[in-house]
Design a protein around this ligand. Structure first.
Ligand code: ZN
Length: 291
C-alpha cells in the first residue's frame, strides 16, 4: 500500500494512493485514526483494516485535486546517518568512519512533495542529498539485526537539504541540517511488504532536469539492519520516527565548481518502487515570527 497524508477541503487526513487516485480513509474506514502517527501506532490491525477498506469499493478522490503533505508531517524524531555511501565518502575527501555517524534533523524542517524549500538569508551554500527514508512502525529498543525490518512500517523518498557552511562550523552538524523546509519527504510511504529488498533500489536526484546523483541503495556502507540495531542500542524508536539512511555521490558541494540550490530551482529525488519527490526552491522567509 501507498500510505499518504493529504489535505482536501481544508481537512488533513490519511489515505491510500493507487495510480492517479487516492482512497480517503476517513470516509472508507471512519473508525481508523486520521493522522499517520496514530495510524501507525495502531499497528497491524489498523493496517489490515485499511487493506479491507480498499477492497470495499471505497470513495476515490482524484490525486491531482488534493494536496499531498509529508506522510508524517511532524515526526517525533528525525535521524540521519552521514557518510554512508563509499563514493560519497570519497568525494568528500574523508576517510570511512569506523562507527556510524548520526545527527538529528529538526521535526519542524519536514515538508511534503511539491513544497517550497527555502534558501535562507544567512547562506547561499544550500545542497541536496537524495536519501531512502524509513518510517518506523513499532515501538522498539535493542532490536537485533535479524529482526530489524520488523520495525519498519515502510519507505519514502527524502531530501536531506543541507546548509554546507553552517554544517561545517560545528562537529555536531546540527545547525546546518535542520533549517525550516530542509526535510522534504514523500510523496507517500510504500509499505514494507511491497519492497522485497530495500538494498536493491535505484536512487537518483535531478536538479532542473539534470541528473546529479544516480546510484543504488545497495552501496550503503552500514545497511538498514545495522542502522536500526545501532540506534536502538541507545534509545527507543517510536511509530512515525523518520530515518534518513544516507546519500550517494554527486552532491553539489563536491562538484567543481560547486552546485548550489537557488530560488527557482526544481529538485527531485526518485527511488525505484517508492516514487518521486519533487520540490522547488524559493527565497527564505526573513520575517520575525513571535506567535
Ligand atoms: Zn544526508
Amino acid at each position: 500500500m501507498k500510505l499518504a497524508t493529504f489535505t482536501e477541503n481544508h481537512r488533513r487526513r490519511i489515505g491510500l494512493v493507487d495510480g492517479d487516485r487516492i482512497c480517503d480513509l476517513a470516509a472508507a474506514a471512519p473508525t481508523l485514526p486520521q493522522s499517520m502517527i496514530a495510524f501507525l501506532r495502531a499497528g497491524d490491525a489498523a493496517m489490515a483494516e485499511a487493506r479491507d477498506a480498499l477492497a470495499s469499493r471505497p470513495r476515490w478522490l482524484d490525486l491531482a485535486r488534493v494536496r499531498l503533505e509529508a506522510p508524517v508531517p511532524r515526526p517525533g524524531k528525525v535521524l540521519a546517518i552521514g557518510l554512508n555511501y563509499m563514493d560519497h565518502i570519497r568525494e568528500t575527501g574523508r576517510t570511512p568512519p569506523e562507527h556510524q555517524v548520526w545527527f538529528a534533523k529538526q521535526a519542524t524542517c519536514i515538508v511534503g512533495p511539491g513544497a517550497a524549500v527555502e534558501i535562507p538569508a544567512v547562506s547561499d551554500k544550500i545542497d541536496f542529498e537524495a536519501e531512502l527514508c524509513l518510517v518506523i512502525g513499532r515501538r522498539c529498543r535493542n532490536v537485533p539485526r535479524a529482526r530489524a525490518l520488523e520495525v519498519v512500517a515502510g519507505y519514502m523518498c527524502g531530501n536531506d537539504i543541507t546548509v554546507r557552511d553552517w554544517q561545517a562550523r560545528s562537529p555536531t552538524m546540527m545547525m546546518g541540517k535542520g533549517f525550516d523546509t530542509h526535510g522534504p519527504t514523500g510523496p507517500w510511504i510504500v509499505t514494507r511488504d511491497e519492497v522485497p529488498d530495500p538494498h536493491a533500489l535505484a536512487i537518483s536526484c535531478t536538479l532542473n532536469g539534470e541528473v546529479m546523483q544516480n546510484a543504488s541503495t545497495g552501496e550503503m556502507r552500514f545497511d538498514i539492519p545495522a542502522q536500526l540495531e545501532h540506534l536502538t542500542a541507545a534509545f527507543t524508536l517510536e511509530p512515525g520516527d523518520v530515518i534518513f539512511t544516507g546519500t550517494p555521490a554527486g552532491v553539489g558541494n563536491a562538484r567543481t565548481p560547486p552546485v548550489r540550490l537557488k530560488p527557482g530551482d526544481r529538485v527531485a529525488v526518485e527511488i525505484e518502487r517508492i516514487g518521486r519527490l519533487e520540490n522547488h526552491c524559493i527565497e527564505g522567509n526573513r520575517d520575525t515570527l513571535i506567535a
